[in-house]
Design a binder for this molecule. Sequence first.
Ligand code: HEC
Ligand code: HEC
Length: 423
Amino acid sequence: MRIDIIYNNATHIHFLTGFCMNLAHITRFSVIPLVALLGGVLTVLSACGGSSAENANPLSAKAQLGEKIFHDVSLSASGQQSCASCHESANGHAQANALPAQLGGVHLTLQGNRTSPSLRYLATNTAFHFDAEGTPTGGFFFDGRATSLQDQARGPFLNPLEMANTSIAEVVQRLEKSAYADAFRAVYGQQVFNQPEVAFTFMTEALALYQKEDADFNAYTSKYDEYLRGKVTLNAQEARGLALFRDQTKGNCAACHPADKAADGSHPLFTDFTYDNLGLPRNMALQQNANPAFFDLGLCDRSTGDLKERTELCGAFKVPSLRNVGLRKTFFHNGSFQSLEEAVRFYVQRDTHPEKWYPRKADGSVDSYNDVPALYKANVNTTEAPYDRKWGDMPALSDSEIQDVVAFLLTLNDGYVSTPSRK
Ligand code: HEC
Ligand code: HEC
């Protein structure tokens, strides 16, 4: 039998039994919540329903190294920046502040190019590919240029705008000086530091394993998860928001941010890992945008160079998960919005009220989709709800419906149910 303790709100604590329907989970974890309970710890295992059965286990030795690396500022040239600086667990492993991009580099004075996304719910993401229908799918970063979490982890250490090491050897030398260098040797071999490229590959393996194994990255502890488990009900506004989120003639959000359980019962990720061109407003708070000839073109212009010919993909960026979006203070790859409500309003009023979102040109006309060069403006998605409206049309959502959708989005924050803490 398992016993779980759920925080329903600040004042009520519910003791539940038989929480998981999945027998495998029950047998595997039956003893852990009981132990936690006896220890006087208020805790709950939320593995059920999500695909996170393994999350209740302690981290492997490699993932424990990954956790240390993830938080180690001494691995940066500034001595002040780690992965966690831009991906804070208190903010869904995304950036904590409202800046359009974080400052990095040797003196932490150089502005990056894009907002820091959440690192959660990426465990099932794949390498970039075109699916059977030719839809660009998968990949890591907003432009899918990294093939896996491990491949991705190479980037920040060497990015001159981030942790700013000048070589792999420099990264590995810093690791060798760390307090956990002996633990790294114990896991990866006494001679591991003699071959920097090998040691670096192991560092990135450890980082990927940490992100896959640590329960926080795949927690499924939101109110919405509890709703899917039949443990709580949504309030009237949240329920209206969910209906609008799903409705193909209204929000149609679920077309790219799926909201329903998969056939295998796993909980939705609120991303299908595809790409779209939203025609976002240009954010002049990004220094790179001071140059009128500069455009962040996303998919077609990624550094791997493999999609250069696919100009129809210029301006497309990866669909992020909306889990924990309520913890963000800035939205979209260019940080063009600082409020969730405004981000949702943009979706439905982009073309009905373009003057709200874009500056005017010299001739007085509205400069729509001004973060996409003229040549590629036709790539902006204008055919799918909610952004299939024209000037003068009714927006797909009214103001009160926008608020309903926002209320629903706030049910996607992890931590509604508490998870066991290892630290
Ligand atoms: C200076 C801030 C900064 C630091 C430090 C940083 N990141 Fe990021 N991270 C970003 C930004 C910005 C992006 C998106 C960049 C892009 O799409 O081009 C990103 C993207 C990612 C992604 C891809 C997420 C997705 O949905 O595809 C992963 C994974 C990630 N970072 C992990 C890490 C790890 C691991 C480290 C440490 C080795 C790290 N980051 C250090 C800012 C940072
Ligand atoms: C056709 C696909 C598509 C549809 C439909 C769609 N989105 Fe998105 N969504 C995206 C893409 C792509 C991005 C990232 C765009 C970027 O950063 O350039 C995004 C980003 C977001 C973000 C910002 C997340 C972050 O981490 O910054 C929010 C909020 C959001 N969507 C909410 C919604 C809501 C609410 C709806 C319905 C009203 C909706 N989306 C409908 C594709 C879609």
